[in-house]
Design a protein around this ligand. Structure first.
Ligand code: NAD
Length: 350
């Protein structure tokens, strides 16, 4: 992103994290092309606040469609690609792994090839970046101690994480073999506004408000490290601009919580912001665990902090309050998504 004259091409910019990147990049005065296939997980409303900006362009395209990618690269001549488009829901990957291989593996391969052709046609500029956005789930599962570092061996355990691990390997290989200037990030669980209502935190808020049981997988002992989505977008723009070519950076929130504690915290915030006849925590029920449910993820984010000066700015308690407030204030947004295929149903029982 050193060449400010060239736009930033964001794939998956109508999704949860991609839309946060798009909004922040436009707010910083960057030209942004948002390439998205608008799958079930996309929501154009997520980028409505920037849709009329001169800095923003939308391209409706699939990352598996090489001809469409070539046209888009030729039309916009991006200086940076930030690749977020993916199938992203672990439970759906258990029911239908094929879509995850198609988009996350084949789609990333196709995008890499289109980016490489573009980069070569432009004379192999050093300041071009292909930034691949990945997950901490590629590292597998931790016991009660330890943290994932960038050197932790890959050990993916779900079809989702295996497909993301595959795409990470492809990106590294394109860097080593063809010299494509790549950079990678692996982030912990995100949460915040515009989170699609099939993921844990919005599910808890919505089911609590609707008076339904709030399901917790297993005993709720699984531990995740949570990062507010706007902090992730800031970290991504930092890495895209200043990350070292060929390097990967772990991103995390330093905010580990057991699922049960997270859900109780959300219920407590709801009790305060939207009191009901009984405490929302009374709606919690324990259900059969997800097959292969990773016990604990935790990130050592010292590299991005020490080398690029990034650290999270929003604590988990503050981020949860902002998130609950946002869902209370934006019911139209999430109600409209509840009719999409599979939303509100228990998926991924294998
Ligand atoms: N959500 C998290 O907690 C988390 C954590 C770490 C990393 N990630 C990674 O960040 C990225 C974004 O995650 P998210 O939660 O915003 O996902 P999301 O499911 O909310 O959004 C994905 C977006 O990609 C688009 N898309 C899907 N397939 C496509 C295709 N074939 N061609 C073009 N567009 C396509 C969808 O339409 C959607 O807009 C993913 O790569 C994910 O693996 C997510």
């Amino acid at each position: 992103m050193t060449d400010k004259a060239r736009p930033l091409l964001v794939t998956g910019g109508a999704g949860f994290i991609g839309s946060a990147v798009v909004r922040q990049a436009v707010a910083r005065g960057l030209r942004v092309v948002n390439l998205d296939a608008l799958t079930y997980a996309a929501c154009p409303a997520n980028v409505a606040s920037v849709a009329d900006s001169d800095l923003y362009t939308f391209e409706h395209a699939d990352i598996r469609d090489r001809a469409a990618l070539d046209r888009i690269f030729a039309r916009h001549r991006p200086g940076t690609v930030m690749h977020l488009a993916a199938e992203s829901h672990v439970d759906r990957s258990i029911d239908g792994p094929g879509a995850f291989i198609d988009t996350n593996v084949m789609g990333t391969y196709t995008l890499l090839e289109a980016a490489r052709a573009h980069w070569q046609a432009e004379g192999r500029p050093d300041d071009f970046r292909f930034h691949h956005i990945s997950t901490d789930e590629v590292y597998g599962s931790l016991g009660t101690d330890g943290l994932f570092t960038e050197d932790t061996p890959y050990d993916p355990r779900s079809p989702y994480s295996a497909s993301k691990a595959s795409s990470d390997h492809l990106v590294r290989a394109w860097g080593e073999t063809y010299g494509l200037p790549v950079v990678l990030t692996n982030c912990s669980n995100n949460y915040g506004p515009f989170h699609f209502p099939e993921k844990l935190i919005p599910v808890v808020i919505i089911r609590a408000l609707d008076g339904h049981e709030i399901p917790i997988y297993g005993a709720g002992e699984n531990v995740r490290d949570w990062l507010y989505v706007e902090d992730h977008a800031d970290a991504l723009l930092t890495v895209a601009a200043r990350g070292q070519v060929g390097r990967s950076y772990n991103i995390g929130g330093n905010a580990e919580r057991r699922n049960i504690d997270l859900v109780r915290a959300i219920c407590g915030i709801l009790d305060e912001m939207r009191p009901a006849a009984a405490p929302y925590g009374d709606q919690i029920v324990f259900v059969a665990d997800r097959p292969g449910h990773d016990a604990r993820y935790a990130i050592d984010a010292s590299r991005i902090r020490d080398e690029l000066g990034w650290k999270p700015s929003v604590t988990l308690d503050e981020g949860l309050r902002r998130t609950v407030r946002w869902y209370l204030d934006n019911e139209d947004w999430w109600r409209a998504l509840m009719t999409r295929d599979g939303v509100g149903k228990r998926l991924g029982r294998a």
